[in-house]
Design a binder for this molecule. Structure first.
Ligand code: DHB
Length: 271
């Protein structure tokens, strides 16, 4: 990913214990994106620290370790273990849309969200990034809660709760029934979320959701994102998508007479 032009790497979310995740099918591909319910498969942090250490020996860009827990103490412990192994920052996944007792159950509750961010902040001296759920009434209000609790940056957005049904079988396709929608279908939703959050908080926003080309990336910057994350487009287009996008973005900035990305962050808010 780094050789493909990514400016930083975010891992799959890691918990304290190993998890197999759900049985297949776990991903449904559609023309406009993916619906997935993997079930947070991961080897557990005590095993993953070896991968963090190995990654740090080859990576020339920052490594952001994503974590999920079942309590605020678990998030804090995971953050500590991740940073001790070499993580440059930790992203709290408080927004997985379907695994019980973690994810969006925390991110949708102002009280649990604030407590989780505060404990993680106290546990490490590296940036704490909070990945927010779009499956809420006001993402800006929850962004404000995370910022006041000490978050260094916010990622907006995680997947939108969704599903797919096979009409022949008359059954949901995903083994879990419900999953999260990513890719181009959610781009306008994600963009609106970033736009709303930018009007509410002062900390940096990392835009995420359906970014496939430089125009998408430019839209997110103009809405208020200081950086963007790309997931689904990597699965569909391969890791070179990062340099394709950054090259297009550089040409756009040059053509418009800007020296740096920072000059267009939030520019669409002017009246
Ligand atoms: C999973 C996790 C997520 O955070 C998400 O948005 C969708 C799916 C998962 O592992 O199932």
């Amino acid at each position: 990913m780094s050789e493909g032009g990514a400016g930083a790497i975010v891992t799959k979310s890691i918990g304290l214990e190993p998890r197999n995740g759900y049985v297949n099918p776990t991903v449904v591909q559609m023309s406009f994106g993916l619906v997935n319910a993997m079930g947070l498969p991961n080897p557990g942090m005590d095993e993953f620290v070896h991968e963090i250490r190995r990654a740090k020996t080859v990576l020339k860009v920052p490594l952001i370790v994503s974590v999920y827990g079942y309590s605020e103490d678990e998030y804090a412990l995971l953050a500590k273990k991740g940073v001790e192994a070499g993580a440059d920052a930790v992203e709290l996944n408080v927004s997985c849309p379907h695994v019980k007792c973690t994810g969006s159950e925390i991110g949708q509750s102002p009280k649990l969200l604030a407590a989780t961010v505060k404990k993680a902040k106290a546990a490490i001296d590296k940036p704490v990034i909070v990945k927010l759920s779009p499956n809420v009434t006001s993402i800006a209000a929850l962004a404000d809660v995370a910022a006041r609790a000490g978050a260094d940056a916010l990622t907006a957005i995680n997947t939108v709760k969704a599903m797919a049904i096979n009409v022949e079988a008359g059954m949901p396709i995903l083994s879990n029934g419900v999953g999260g929608l990513s890719g181009p279908a959610i781009k306008p939703i994600a963009l609106r979320c970033v736009y709303d959050i930018f009007g509410q908080v002062e900390i940096p926003i990392i835009g995420c959701g359906g970014i496939t080309n430089w125009r998408d990336a430019a839209e997110f910057l103009l809405a208020g994102a200081s950086a963007v994350q790309i997931g689904t487009a990597v699965a569909l287009k391969g890791p070179r998508v990062f340099s394709t996008i950054t090259r297009g973005l550089s040409a756009y900035l040059r053509m418009k007479g800007y020296q740096s990305v920072s000059e267009i962050v939030g520019l669409s808010h002017r009246r």
